[in-house]
Design a protein. Structure first.
Lengths: 180, 135
């Protein structure tokens, strides 16, 4: 089960997923496209979490599962560790990655926009919305992995400074009936 | 080789997604229901025990007459339960580990909905072959 895929293939696939869902399947309905992409990510996260936890002992509580996501899972998936982890001890975690690999190829230079009729703020907005489309898949992966490990949560990402990416995990309060 | 053995996989939502009688004894009609009954009754015990340890293989957790229930829990809380009459702990552990690998392969299939029944005959054949080998 240890075969490898080239990273550029994965990058191209992800770019194509976003572009197809936005322009062909759900043209003019970006919210639906976003939800579909996130759902694909959810299933992938479910599968990957099962696969990467195979060799190691199980988790005895939620904090260990989150630590696993932040360390081992993140480095298997994105090939580097996260740079910062913050929590409010009430169920919200912020994972910060200063050079998120999947977004590292998105241009941050505003002068490459080709239409002159757009004023700078609109151009910046459309670029931001394009970039946000690309983070739905990683958010879905993390949500799927956490749900499989027993922590239902919502994951959102903040990409105000590319290529840094902050993922916000809101887990519902840890009352016992969410245990498996 | 165990003369009676029944193997089921239960997903995290308490739904059995795979069942197989893998023993070598002659199959009696009521035996199948009895085996399933014993395994389902053991689910509560697994639930409690799974939180006390971080190991995956929980050995014999319950017994009924001379049949023993052994359980293996994955990180995603999918339970592999085996009802058997042998005492071969190492063989059972290897059996569970190999079935775990097979299960992950099924899970990685994008057309398989996690939590649904496993209908692949290939998987079935392999599980029975593993049972013959290890139990």
């Amino acid at each position: 089960m240890g075969r490898e895929v080239s990273e550029s293939c994965v990058d191209s696939l992800l770019t194509e997923i976003v572009s197809t869902y936005n322009n062909r399947f759900y043209a003019n309905k970006p919210e639906l496209a976003a939800r579909r992409i996130e759902a694909i990510g959810y299933q992938v996260g479910h599968q990957l979490s099962e696969r990467y936890t195979m060799e190691r002992p199980r988790f005895s509580d939620h904090l260990e599962a989150i630590k696993f996501i932040c360390k081992d899972f993140w480095s298997e998936l994105f090939k580097k560790q996260i740079d910062n982890l913050k929590t409010n001890h009430r169920g919200t975690f912020v994972l910060q990655d200063n050079r998120f690999r999947w977004l590292s190829r998105i241009s941050t230079d505003p002068s490459v926009e080709n239409t002159e009729s757009q004023d700078p703020s609109a151009a910046a907005e459309s670029k931001a919305s394009l970039a946000t489309m690309h983070v739905y898949f990683p958010c879905g992966i993390i949500r799927g992995a956490l749900s499989n490990l027993g922590i239902p949560c919502a994951v959102s990402a903040d990409i105000s400074n590319l290529p840094a990416c902050k993922e916000l995990l809101l887990s519902y309060s840890v009352l016992s009936f969410y245990d498996i | 080789m165990a003369t009676t053995a029944c193997f089921i996989i239960v997903s995290r939502n308490e739904i059995p997604i795979y069942e197989a009688e893998v023993g070598s004894a002659v199959k009696r009609e009521d035996a199948a229901q009895l085996h399933q009954f014993i395994l389902h009754a053991a689910l509560d015990i697994v639930q409690d025990l799974a939180w006390t340890t971080s190991a995956m293989f929980l050995k014999a957790i319950d017994r009924f007459n001379d049949l023993v229930v052994s359980v293996y829990v994955t990180a995603g809380h999918t339970r592999f339960m085996l009802l058997h009459d042998s005492r071969n702990d190492d063989g059972i552990k290897s059996f569970f580990q190999e079935v775990h690998e097979l299960y992950i392969k099924i899970l990685l299939n994008p057309l398989y909905l996690p939590g649904s029944r496993i209908t692949s005959s290939h998987f079935d054949t392999k599980v029975r072959a593993l049972a013959r080998k290890y139990l």
